[in-house]
Design a protein. Structure first.
Length: 151
């Protein structure tokens, strides 16, 4: 069962691009933007990451800490961060455990082919670790995603 609005988010979110464990308890008192995206360095995912990068100061001023999550490796995340100059951590959910908890990993189809993949979804977690908003795949606008969070 996927996490919903009102649910407490898990404390351990996994490891970032440097192999450091990310825990919600280390960010008590901060609001968390936890955005799940399909793949590093693809057009839509790059647009989304750059929207968050370009509006990062505005997000910080509203009290948000940003974390991206995909099934890519730490090494892939590091390259993506360096190439796009991203100021936030990316979580390497290579075994899709976090994605499964949040309900963002599942069967997708493209051109009639079925495969397992990440659903582009953003969770806004309040200062107490409770999910207060979910931006679902059909609602996410990759080019203006930061504005969707701020508004």
């Amino acid at each position: 069962m996927a996490l919903q609005i009102g649910d407490k988010a898990p404390d351990s979110l996994g490891v970032n691009q440097n192999g450091k464990e990310i825990k919600l308890s280390d960010y008590t008192g901060k609001k968390i933007v936890l955005y799940f995206y399909p793949k590093d360095s693809t057009p839509g995912c790059t647009a989304q990451a750059c929207s968050l990068r370009d509006n990062y100061e505005a997000l910080l001023s509203k009290g948000y800490i940003v974390f991206g999550v995909s099934a890519d490796s730490e090494k892939s995340h590091l390259r993506f961060i360096e190439k796009q100059n991203l100021p936030f951590d990316l979580i390497a959910d290579t075994e899709t455990k976090l994605s499964a908890q949040f309900g963002t990993w599942g069967e997708k189809s493209m051109y009639g082919r079925q495969y397992m993949g990440m659903f582009r979804t953003t969770f806004i977690i309040n200062e107490n670790g409770i999910i207060e908003k979910i931006i679902y795949p059909k609602e996410v606008n990759t080019k203006t995603h930061a504005q969707q969070i701020i508004d």
